[in-house]
Design a protein around this ligand. Structure first.
Ligand code: HEM
Length: 337
């Protein structure tokens, strides 16, 4: 782990990646996925009692829950699409597909979504600045359940719309722009904007950009994505979503899990594991592992149950009314004869 010298020994952890200790969200996910790993290993052990640790570990690694979660929860949420994204490898089985592991550097650049970071984190009525939240301190003080609660409740900031790169991370945006220049990226204007006003949807930033760039056609990719006017009720502008979604979905679908040779229960040691992949969602992973499921998640479930209850009640009520009407009609007809 890369821990600066001032970090006390009790806040230093050894987790999967050397920067996982930096921010609470990373260590939170690392911990939850470690528990999920162990939970699924226990299920595999029940299915295959003779297996030793190594086959359990290697088989569990194949059970790719994240790909479903990334498509159905993460990409769905970020895209703002009104249609429902579905993880279903069989949809592509009649097509030739490239399975590859390449990624465009433009994708890396556009993915610098640091403006999403909120300026403060609020836990149990306490407010922490971005800097105060670093290096596990709030995790140890409040515990994992509270961190999950924080990440379930607190709304992220927005990427497009300008003036929102957090101060502490502005150097990264600068480096990213410099690297794009070195790599001679094309300008943003593959999607034609007629003016800076059209790009930003306002006048003030447009005037500042005019002073920096010789014209809209020279607007650079990354700064352009950051200042583009956001789509209605969205965190991104249209260009970012149009560029990001195909890159991202193509990368996900390029995984061998999507091939007819591998997408079958036997790859994952049987139907029980196959079902784990097919039913994985963020909510279920959290609720199966974290002691108290955050209220937000529970509230959603409760609301759904209540709605279903009332819908059922309505139909039962309607059914009873219809039966009563039929009985009355029968009585009237019998009386008539
Ligand atoms: C507290 C949260 C975060 C901190 C402190 C942080 C910090 C950094 C730093 C210092 C770098 C530069 C690394 C380097 O070039 O040596 C970086 C790169 C990057 N960050 Fe973040 N980041 C955070 C959150 C995020 C989020 C939420 C996203 C996107 C959803 C993101 C996406 C990226 C990407 C795509 C890179 C480039 C990685 C590469 O070139 O390999 N970061 N981040």
């Amino acid at each position: 782990m890369i821990d600066p010298p001032q970090i006390p020994y009790n806040l230093q952890f050894a987790v999967g990646h050397e920067v996982f200790g930096l921010v609470p969200g990373l260590i939170m996910y690392a911990t939850i996925w470690l528990w999920e790993h162990n939970r699924v290993c226990d299920i595999l052990k029940q299915e295959h009692p003779m297996w030793e640790d190594e086959p359990l570990f290697q088989t569990r690694r194949l059970i790719g829950e994240t790909i479903k979660i990334v498509i159905e929860d993460y990409v769905q949420h970020l895209s703002g699409y009104h249609f429902k994204l579905k993880f279903d490898p069989e949809l592509l089985f009649n097509q030739q597909f490239q399975y590859q592991n390449r990624i465009a550097s433009e994708f890396n650049t556009l993915y610098h979504w640091h403006p999403l970071l909120p300026h403060t984190f609020n836990i149990e009525d306490q407010e922490y600045s971005f800097k105060q939240s670093l290096y596990n301190s709030i995790l140890l003080e409040h515990g994992l359940t509270q961190i999950v609660e924080l990440f379930s409740r607190q709304i992220a900031d927005w990427v497009a719309g300008g003036r929102n790169v957090p101060m502490v991370i502005q150097a990264v945006a600068k480096t990213s722009t410099e690297q794009s220049r070195e790599m001679k990226y094309q300008s943003l204007n593959g999607k034609p904007f007629a003016s800076f006003e059209e790009l930003t949807g306002e006048k003030e930033m447009a005037a500042e950009l005019k002073a920096l760039y010789s014209g809209i056609d020279t607007m650079e990719l990354y700064p352009g994505l950051l200042v583009e006017k956001p789509r209605a009720d969205a965190i991104f502008g249209e260009t970012l979503v149009e560029l990001e979604a195909p890159f991202s979905l193509k990368r996900l679908r390029g995984n061998p899990i999507y091939s007819p040779q591998y997408w079958k229960p036997s790859t994952f040691s049987g139907v029980v594991s196959f079902k784990i992949i097919n039913t994985a969602l963020t909510q279920s992973v959290i609720c199966k592992n974290v002691k108290e499921c955050p209220v937000v998640v529970v509230v959603v479930v409760v609301v759904v149950v209540v709605i279903v209850f009332f819908v059922c009640l309505f139909w039962v009520f309607l059914f009873i009314i219809i039966i009563i009407i039929i009985i009355i009609i029968i009585i009237i007809i019998i009386g008539f004869f």
